[in-house]
Write a new protein. Structure first.
Length: 204
């Protein structure tokens, strides 16, 4: 009997993963432009403050590219604003965030995924994210604004977190609280995808 070729099934993106990407890019473009004008800040000045090239900032502001999570964090730090403010989330008395309405931000290599769990209108100084890191994946996070702290809870898999000069190995159910205003690195030393909750607390 001839051998049957096994065709790998392509995983469909979860609801909301791709659907809202264009809308998110539009909001980021508008808010980047608004924040620059409010601060009378040129693209060159923002490039110097954020570490993101002028060309990349121009592409994002004119809505000609979908920025990675790493670029967005750098831009937020360059402005000195919470991440959610760059995404343009509006305040409301009561707000519900449906799974299908969220967008997933990815690292450039596609191994690190971040999904906001904070509904619009939540405390602007507190943000919550679901993080996913591929097996053997590694993600370097640039320092956040001065005074920012993070609490990471390991939901499944493993986490090797480096904050400054210290490294910590954590398993499912473990958590770590650290200063995020310095370079920190998330690593998944395991052989399968790991999931974490990440609470970010900004200094007021």
């Amino acid at each position: 009997m001839p051998k049957q070729r096994r065709v790998a099934k392509r995983r469909s993106p979860p609801p909301g993963d791709e659907v809202g990407a264009a809308e998110m890019a539009r909001r980021v473009a508008e808010n980047l432009r608004m924040l620059r004008r409010a601060r009378d800040m040129s693209l060159d000045a923002l490039a110097e403050a954020s570490g993101v090239s002028r060309a990349a900032l121009s592409q994002i502001e004119t809505n000609k590219s979908n920025p990675t999570v790493g670029l967005l964090w750098k831009i937020a730090v360059g402005f000195g604003v919470p991440f959610s403010e760059l995404l343009g989330e509006q305040r409301a008395t009561v707000s519900v965030l449906r799974r299908a309405e969220t967008q997933v931000l990815r690292s450039a290599d596609g191994k690190f995924h971040s999904r906001s769990l904070s509904p619009a209108g939540a405390n602007p100084f507190v943000e919550v994210y679901e993080l996913r890191l591929a097996a053997r994946g590694r993600h370097v996070s640039e320092p956040h604004a001065t005074g920012t702290r993070e609490l990471v809870v390991v939901l499944s898999g493993a986490l090797r977190l480096t904050a400054g000069d210290a490294t910590y190995d954590l398993g499912a159910g473990d958590s770590v609280w650290f200063a995020a205003d310095l370079t920190h690195v998330y690593q998944n030393p395991g052989g399968s995808e790991a999931r974490y909750y990440d609470l970010i607390l900004y200094a007021k």
